[in-house]
Design a protein around this ligand. Sequence first.
Ligand SMILES: [Zn+2]
Length: 427
Amino acid sequence: MSDEEAIDFEQLEAETELATPEIFAGNLLEWAVERQASDLFLSDEEQAVSVGIRRLGRVEHVRKLTRDYGRRLQGHVRVLAGGDPGEMIRPTEGRGLTVTPGGREIDLRLSSMPTLHGQDVSIRLFDPVSGVRSLNELGYDDTELKIIRKLLGEPSGLILIAGPVASGKSSTLYAMVDELNDGSRKIHTLEDPIEHAIPGVIQSQINERANLGYAELLSTVLRHSPDVIMIGEIRDAKTAATAIRAGSSGQLVLATIHARSAAEAIDSMLHYGINPKAISQALLGAINQRLVGKICSQCGERVDGQNPEVETRVANRLGHHSAELWQTKGCDACYGNGFSKMTCVPEILAVNRSLKDVIASGSTAVTLEDAARNSGMLCMAEALAARVYRGETTPHEAHRVIPAPQFARLQPGGKHHSSVDGTDSHS
Ligand SMILES: [Zn+2]
């Protein structure tokens, strides 16, 4: 966190120093959402309560509060988020909608757990106003959008979205549903939790306590004549099998799955005991993605005198755009961070005839990835490199997301004149 930000929050703090934790909580939430923070943390330390946020993928320390005040703040935030304010022994969860002093609505999802010094309270912040974004707004380039729209244009089949926590998977799912939601299709979603309400779409909440898991709800949804089914997550064999069955019997199924690459998403289905032939018949494509910081338009600047050598596969994706390197120093507009927002970087494995055969033979993820790259797929490091050379992000930020050697070489002080070889980094 820069000094500027510290001063910024100190000013807010001065206004609220004598305020009750209730008023302070409202201002803190507003401050966090204004900065596009995705999470707020209130953690007990030995002598204090530490306040932090996660913003644009990184944790930023905000300030420390006295233990007494911090505890009261934690308690109040737990009330706002529908949690039990007094439960100190067991982990608690909660969800609630609150309105900040500035009139901004925020959806809070809270989890708290006992720690060495007391409690760790973690709140995910959803800004319902920002709502569902369209595919065009997520950061995919024209080629990627074309491939994704071709997949969505199929009447039936399975599309898998992979990536770690906070890689924009649910934003992508929502954007896909939004794209398909033109009134001509019956669309069902199974979600845990439902992050946004979408008019015209039938949304159901998973409730494991009531024995309504993904598998149970999915079997029921199939009797409701759906055209499109969005599954929040495939995380058991039964859901995997039902999703494949739906995808090969006339429904378009969109689902996230835990996997580290697009090819490994197919591996994950195999691990759930799905027959490779059945996967090859149902699967339309697998998208693996990450989020990377987009350079602030106010303080980003081109690094002069750099003519990076670009690998042919990446150069082809750049088209007429010459390869540039950009850097950023932080300004008021980006709260000193240098980046204005997070944008999606996808690795898209679109299943064609030859890849169908590779999948049907039960190949390893490595073999499948090689075959997909031969069919023109850009792996994650290559898709990220294209963003670096277009000046959308910095080599340093790219390296934070994918620690591939070519991004280290491009950083200031690195050997940026050396050839950028994407072939050693697709694993
Ligand atoms: Zn800036």
